[in-house]
Design a protein around this ligand. Sequence first.
Ligand SMILES: C/C=C(\C)C(=O)SCCNC(=O)CCNC(=O)[C@H](O)C(C)(C)COP(=O)(O)OP(=O)(O)OC[C@H]1O[C@@H](n2cnc3c(N)ncnc32)[C@H](O)[C@@H]1OP(=O)(O)O
Length: 719
Amino acid sequence: MKMATYSVLSGSVALITLQNPPVNALSEAVRTGITDAVQRTLKDPQVTSVVICGQNGRFCGGADIREFAGPMSGPPLVPMIHALEAMEKPVVAAIEGLALGGGLELALGCHYRIAHSQALLGLPEVTLGLLPAAGGSQRLPRLIGLPAALDLITTGRHISASEALKLGIVDQVTDDNALKMAVEFARSVVGQPLGPRRLSTRPCHSPPDVDSVLDQALAQVWQRGRGALAPVACVGALRAAATLPYAQGMEKERELMATLFNSGQARALQYAFFSQRVVGKWQPSGARWDNSTTRTIRKAAVIGLGTMGRGIVVALALAGVSVVAVESQEKQLAAARQMVPEMLQRGAGRRGLDTPPGVISFSSGLEDVSEVELVIEAVFEDMALKRRIFSRLATVCRPGTVLCSNTSGLDIDQLAEATQNPALVVGMHFFAPAHVMKLLEVVCGPRSSPEAVATAMVLGKRMGKVSVAVGNCPGFVGNRMLKPYMEQANFLLEEGATPQQVDEALEGFGFPMGVFRMSDLSGLDVGWRVRKEAGLTEQGVEPTRMRQGQRYSPLPDQMCEGGRLGQKTGRGWYRYDGPGGRVARSDPWVQNFLETYRARHGLVPRRIATEEILERCLYALTNEGFNILQDGVAAGPEDIDVIYVFGYGWPRHRGGPMFHAGQVGLARVLEKLEHYQHSHPDVPHLKPSSLLRRLVAAGSPPVQKWREFISKDRVHSQL
Ligand SMILES: C/C=C(\C)C(=O)SCCNC(=O)CCNC(=O)[C@H](O)C(C)(C)COP(=O)(O)OP(=O)(O)OC[C@H]1O[C@@H](n2cnc3c(N)ncnc32)[C@H](O)[C@@H]1OP(=O)(O)O
């Protein structure tokens, strides 16, 4: 099957149209079609110029990523693009919609590029663990210079047509029909010399301090990449472009690509790409939500204007939703009135907007929310308070208003009970700062309707969030898994580790911050409040290390009792320059505190290897992920992995905790959990999940097969 068509317009302009919806990816069939079309063009003496375009207003989304999983067959991209560039008839790319990755590389092989003003262009291969290996790493710097190419290729960012024009990537931009303009343009350049238009023959203009530019770029990608290989390889390919002739540069591009292509990181990043798309489509119940009705929200209310509430107001307004922002405490309301417009201005600026599209009004009373279509409650984590608000909302709001809670772990169903229509109650769990962080957990209570869930999911998407639908249980997905992770970190301190040692191990793995630095940032009192609610804390000179029949570490509670709440008090697991300080320094007080604690409890400290720190923290977290899958709280491993990558700093190049377990080997994870459980029988979170055991018994299927395995397993267990 050929998925690029060939036609001739007005007898002289050959038109090659890529046809592979939805993004005209360069699949084997498309590459075959283009290769054949080039041959026909060469043979047709009537044809004097060529235009390449994509069907349905989308030029090309790049190589077909799905093909990366199997052996490559069909015409390769590099010679195909060389053949286009070598043509003696002018070739013009008509870029509508998008030209990404191999799509832009194809366009760079053309002699001219005309773009529609709404088109997006970029070389995002680095985000898939790869580099632009269809000549992009060699042609782009020859077109726009080394510094600009370094920026685009190492970040993979998409740019607008107007930026592409400024950089010199495209020759013209139009608001009208880009294809029509490209055809006219192609006719107009017939007979003009093509030599200077062939980017591979151009020299690469590098700055005089080329080595220092490249070294700086390398240092930057090391620091930003947290262990990611692809950005480093991208700099390597650009170094080759800047210092070697084109043919040798292409050889280097090929070598670097071969190393990346088979790396675990490329597999992880491609898995992350598809996971993000999978999570938009399913609810934990297994029902497709694309056939549920959705309400378009024009006006919403946010109740509670603390840090979270303010961020949610801004995110809604930036999405074009008008917001009634409600806060009963005068001081907090006054602070919000001052801070929200400033945050909004900055947010609009980041998006290139002059004014935010949504209008905000402030109020101190719930009665002002009567006209909205959706409410998001964002008050303290206090069930009684939240229930009071929900029951009041049920009387104030008009029938049919969707009621959401930003709780980070409380029971959505108990909130729903307080209303007259529980089907309209869902959780919308944002992550701080809510106008910046990409993740949104949409929590489906047992009585939430598909319509309410779909409405929250779609609203989240409008707000630029990656929305993941999850089930209702304490902590939902993200925070439920965080508990055993933090618990292990505390136990490691009891056994002899220091906060720095644990953090360095986790940061070495790729987290932007280790668990203790993170606690200091978010405030130790957050978890303390939750533990108090759960009846776990006890005050006294000799607090016990067992609570509710399980091992418990009172260390963080004691820190809070001593007023060490983290950055906000200038003291936590680290010390800071003062309240609100950001630079963490190791604190001899903490060292002394830990030594005294261990001595008091008769704990003999030991040297703990990085491997043990990582295994205990990460496998305890992953083990809870298996329990979550077993309970049906997440629809699949992809949902968990997306939550961890977007909300908890799990390094994207490691795919997510569930993917990582598959890469390590499920049998090995199981064996390690069994080993640690044997040494710590009083820690239930180390007891291997029975789903993990069943997956291992079934031969450890790849992560992409777990959904199917779980649903068969569930049917089987119901028989
Ligand atoms: C060497 C490597 C080379 C030469 C490369 O080219 S690597 C690929 C470089 N290209 C990319 O990284 C682009 C990836 N795609 C996207 O960023 C986005 O999909 C998009 C901006 C192109 C479109 O976004 P949107 O309109 O929101 O649509 P979706 O993201 O939902 O995608 C729709 C479906 O198309 C599938 N898709 C998208 N791109 C590719 C691709 N390059 N190869 C294969 N399939 C692709 C995507 O998975 C969606 O599929 P379904 O989920 O609907 O089944």
